[in-house]
Design a protein around this ligand. Structure first.
Ligand code: HEC
Ligand code: HEC
Length: 204
């Protein structure tokens, strides 16, 4: 009986450690707000994307990816290097969990359309993307594909360009980034990137 109680209390304390602390996450977000905005709306002048509306699992995976050097490991990737430094201020997995849980409470915000491409052309290109990112760009957790609909179009363009240039999705161990890089390469030129992002702009 005594042993059973110890097992039960261990299980409960482990569960307690894993539960995200949203209040702690809110305090941790103060730094993030300077680049991503108080509402997580994204600030293009800082190259910092919208976080509001993104899935909690994806926020966590990217913060861990920055910390592991899967993103922001190449000197030419200025914005990625900058964000990698910020992710480094999240001292442990609990800090990552907490800030992600806080961001997940943000209501969705509109993002302005800033790029022009041929959305009809982009629709054809998006057929491939839909298998992992959803027909409406809503994301597909089972495929690890993040939400794209509603993201800042300049950021989608920058990331597709980073994947194509090998600034993202080339670090050893970055299995999902490497997979996505293979997909980005199917976009043969900048025009194709503009077209597919213009189509994603219609999925709001
Ligand atoms: C100095 C500005 C700055 C600060 C402060 C900052 N970020 Fe960022 N963040 C960026 C930039 C720039 C990017 C885009 C990096 C890239 O282009 O690859 C980014 C990207 C991200 C991403 C990836 C989003 C996606 O969809 O790929 C997440 C998640 C993120 N930041 C969370 C945070 C959190 C949480 C904090 C606070 C602990 C924070 N950021 C603080 C500048 C900043
Ligand atoms: C086989 C599945 C798969 C397909 C198909 C796919 N993606 Fe992805 N995509 C992913 C995964 C997984 C990630 C997250 C990579 C990571 O964790 O860094 C991703 C990430 C992205 C990102 C970065 C988003 C962010 O906020 O950081 C963009 C943009 C993107 N994909 C666009 C596309 C487009 C456009 C297409 C079609 C040309 C496409 N993807 C096809 C799996 C896929």
């Amino acid at each position: 009986m005594g042993r059973l109680l110890i097992v039960i209390s261990l299980v409960f304390s482990a569960a307690g450690l894993n539960a995200a602390d949203i209040a702690a996450g809110a305090a941790g977000y103060a730094l993030c707000a300077s680049c991503h905005g108080a509402a997580g709306e994204g600030i293009s002048a800082m190259n910092a994307p919208k976080l509001a509306g993104q899935s909690e699992w994806y926020l966590k995976s990217q913060l861990l990816g920055f910390k592991a050097g899967h993103r922001g490991a190449t000197a030419e990737d200025g914005p990625g290097v900058q964000m990698r430094g910020m992710a480094g201020t999240l001292v442990d997995d609990a800090a990552v969990e907490n800030v992600s849980a806080f961001i997940a409470t943000f209501p969705p915000v509109e993002s302005p359309v800033t790029i022009q491409g041929d959305a009809a052309q982009g629709k054809g290109l998006y057929a491939l993307c839909a298998s992992c990112h959803g027909l409406n760009g809503e994301g597909n957790a089972a495929m690890n594909g993040p939400r794209l609909a509603g993201q800042n179009d300049w950021y989608l363009r920058a990331q597709l360009s980073n994947f194509r240039k090998g600034l993202r999705g080339t670090a050893p161990g970055d299995v999902l980034g490497i997979q996505m890089r293979g997909m980005a390469i199917t976009l043969v030129d900048d025009q194709a990137v503009l077209d597919v992002v213009s189509y994603i702009n219609t999925l709001r």
